[in-house]
Structure formats: C-alpha cells, structure tokens
Design a protein around this ligand. Structure first.
Ligand SMILES: *[C@@H]1O[C@H](CO)[C@@H](O)[C@H](O)[C@H]1NC(C)=O
Ligand SMILES: *[C@@H]1O[C@H](CO)[C@@H](O)[C@H](O)[C@H]1NC(C)=O
Length: 391
C-alpha cells in the first residue's frame, strides 16, 4: 500500500512534466525529423526540418535543384521584405499591401509573404518582376476564380506554397507590367502559371487545379525551369513545355520536373513537350485518361524513376506522339528505372541514346529509386505548416 501510494504521488507529480516535455516544439521537431527525415526528398530536407524556417525564409533559395539551379540571386543584403496584408486587386494602380504591388511595382529583390490566410481574386494576370519570391508558407493563400500568374520576359523567380485554381481566360487590357509600368496585355488563356520568355524559374510546392486552359505553360523561349513538389490535379491539359510546333527557339528549352504528384483526374500533358529537353524524375502519376507524357517536333525526354500507375479502365500507355510527316523518327523518349503499375506501358524511341541532363554541381541531385516515389511526393502541393511543429 505504501509503495503504491508513493508511486501514485510520483506519477501525479512527474507525469504532467513528462507529458509537457513530450509536446514541446523541440521534442516534436526531433521526433518528426527522425520519422520523416529519411523519406523527405532532397529539396525538402534542405529547409523543412529547420524549426526556425519562419525567421529564415530566405534559406529556401538555396534548396532548389535541376535546371533552375540555386536561387541565390533572390537573396542577399539588398533583399526587400514585403508582406501582403490586403487581398484586393487593382491591375493599374495597385495599392501598397496588395500582392500586385509587391510582385509588379517593387523592383529589385523582393521576398513576398502573406499576413494571414487569404483568397485573392486577380482582376488581370499578375505579371511578376525579376528577382521576386512569392512565399505562401505558414498561411493558406488561394489565387482563384479569375486571372492568375504570368512571368513575361523575367528571370530569377520563385513561386512557393500557393493554391492556384479556377483560372479564367482574360480579354486584352491594361495592366501593371513586370517593370512597374502599365502595359497593354493581349488576350490570355486561363492558365494557372504561364511563362513567356522567362528563365531561371523555380515552381515548388504549389497546388494547381481546375483551370480553363492549362496549369503550367512554359513557352516562347523560356528555359532553365524547375517544377518540383507540386500537386497537379483535376485538369484536362496539365503542363505544356514549348509554345507551338512552329516556334523553333524552344529548341534550347531545358526543364526539370521532379517530385510532383499528377492526379487524380488529369487527362493529358504531364507534360507535353515541343522541342527542348525535359528531365522528368521521381514523379507520382496517379492515372491519366489520354496519356501522361507526350510531344511533337523533336522533343527529348529522359523519364527517370517515376511511378506510373495506369488507370483501371482506358489507355495504359504513358506516352503519346503527335504524328507529323517530316520528323516522325526524331523522337527521343527514354525511360530509365521507371516503375509501372496496373499494366502501364512506355513506348521508347528505338535506338538512339538517352541524353544526359548535364547538370552543373549546383543543379544536380540524386534521383532516388522509383520504389520511394510515393513517400518522396507525399507532401506535394502547398504545405500546411502548423505553429508548433516543423513545416
Ligand atoms: C540557362 O542556364 C545556363 C547555365 O546552366 C546558362 O548558361 C544559360 O545562359 C541560361 N539561359 C538563359 C536564357 O538564361
Ligand atoms: C549533354 O552533353 C552531351 C555531350 O556533349 C550531349 O550529347 C547531350 O545532348 C547533352 N544533353 C543536353 C540535355 O543538352
């Protein structure tokens, strides 16, 4: 009886301390990073385990891989910190505190974060200036229901942690340009993110769905792009790399597509490639309707260690080729270490050789075994970062 009583006193006294210490942020941080540290992909591992990420947001710029390289031009002593506090939009006279003021009016290096959860309905496409980072971490930011994002003749841009959906086509009109001057913009299709003559662009951890045209278009001589950790879903035409069959300048286009989750309910273009070279690695394909990866006009593709799960009913073939009379035999579609489930198949180019991406040290990353793709992509899309734990 005595010892039992002592025990219960000890437990009454110590248990709350034990419980409290179990829930301190440091403990949770240590525990979570131990549990998930092994599975996190190389980009996430670079910043997510840091419990101080809110105060050290700029660390993200050092985490990119692939053709965008490191985004270190976006940070430094001259960086302007800007906080969006006002979800409204005026396309010609943007008010300070709005997203458009930070992204189009302010020139030079700017790091944009958001004060709170918000839904932004853009009146016209948002033209993002060079050296701009849009960082939605820690809050729930939706850009939806009208115009969406455009990168036009700009370079060194990061788009991270935004939910972009229900984007609609826009009639021609006046809008604040990426150089802080009002310009006339022609008709724009309803894409979530459209790149026009853009370079060194990193699109990471965004959730993109249900837009009138496509989710991501990389066009008109755009190059040096990394598309990573995004969740693309509920869309007919997902991702277009290369403007049209007549636009030969896209020959130099280089795009890395890594750690993304495609599906459910995606129909085609994951991506569709014209000209150029795409390294598509460690992505999770949750079905498709017409095809997953396709192209025309001499595209080069290295599909490496992706997980392709064919739809239960319908087309099991991953690839699609637009038949043209002149360059029928110039496809370079290669599959290396891909894993196919549900009867998925991949028609490779016969003969030829797999073009290497030729990454620099800054761009290179180790492509994991396709068996780990489910866990490498499990946090794709905009993250939910709670206050007490890691992001
Ligand atoms: C793309 O990146 C390479 C280095 O990786 C660079 O040499 C080239 O100039 C870049 N292209 C553009 C259009 O910025
Ligand atoms: C990488 O370099 C090799 C050898 O120069 C070349 O054949 C190949 O086309 C290059 N890859 C790309 C994507 O440019």
């Amino acid at each position: 009886m005595v010892s039992q009583g002592t025990n219960s006193i000890i437990w009454r006294f110590f248990l709350p301390i034990v419980i409290a210490s179990l829930f301190t942020p440091n403990f949770i941080y240590a525990k979570q990073s131990k549990i998930i540290g092994l599975k996190m992909n190389v980009i996430d591992r670079c910043w997510r385990p840091n419990p101080e990420w809110r105060r050290q947001r700029y660390q993200l710029a050092t985490c990119s891989v692939g053709y965008a390289g490191k985004m270190t031009n976006n940070i430094g002593d001259d960086l302007i910190h800007y906080k969006v506090i006002d979800p409204t939009d005026d396309p010609i006279n943007p008010r300070p505190g709005t997203l458009r003021y930070g992204a189009s009016v302010i020139q030079g290096k700017v790091w944009i974060k958001f004060q709170r959860d918000m839904k932004i309905r853009l009146e016209k496409p948002l033209l993002i200036s060079s050296f701009t980072t849009i960082d939605g971490r820690g809050v729930n930011v939706n850009i939806a229901d009208n115009a969406c994002l455009m990168i036009y003749k700009a370079t060194n841009i990061i788009i991270h942690g935004i939910r972009i959906h229900h984007c609609k086509a826009q009639a021609p009109g006046m809008v604040m340009g990426p150089n802080g001057k009002v310009i006339t913009l022609g008709q724009v299709d309803g894409d979530a993110i459209r790149l026009v003559t853009a370079s060194k662009i990193w699109i990471d951890h965004n959730t993109l769905y249900d837009c009138e045209d496509g989710l991501l278009d990389v066009t008109r001589g755009s190059t040096n792009v990394t598309v990573s950790n995004n969740w693309f879903r509920d869309q007919d035409k997902v991702m277009l790399l290369g403007h049209d069959d007549g636009y030969v300048r896209d020959q130099d286009m280089k795009v890395t597509v890594v750690y993304n989750h495609f599906g459910p309910n995606c129909n085609q273009r994951m991506p569709r490639i014209r000209y150029g070279y795409a390294h598509v690695a460690n992505n999770f394909y949750q079905g498709w309707l017409q095809y997953a990866i396709g192209g025309s006009t001499e595209p080069s593709l290295k599909s490496e260690a992706n997980l392709f799960i064919a739809p239960i009913a319908g087309n099991k073939e991953v690839t699609w080729r637009k038949s043209t009379h002149t360059n029928m035999n110039k496809w370079e579609f290669h599959s290396v270490r891909d894993v196919f489930e549900n009867g998925a198949s991949f028609t490779e180019t016969k003969g030829g050789h797999v073009r290497k991406p030729n990454y620099s040290i800054e761009q290179s990353f180790e492509v994991s075994d396709a068996k780990s793709v489910r866990s490498l992509t499990m946090w794709s899309g905009a993250l939910r970062c709670s206050k007490t734990s890691i992001c």
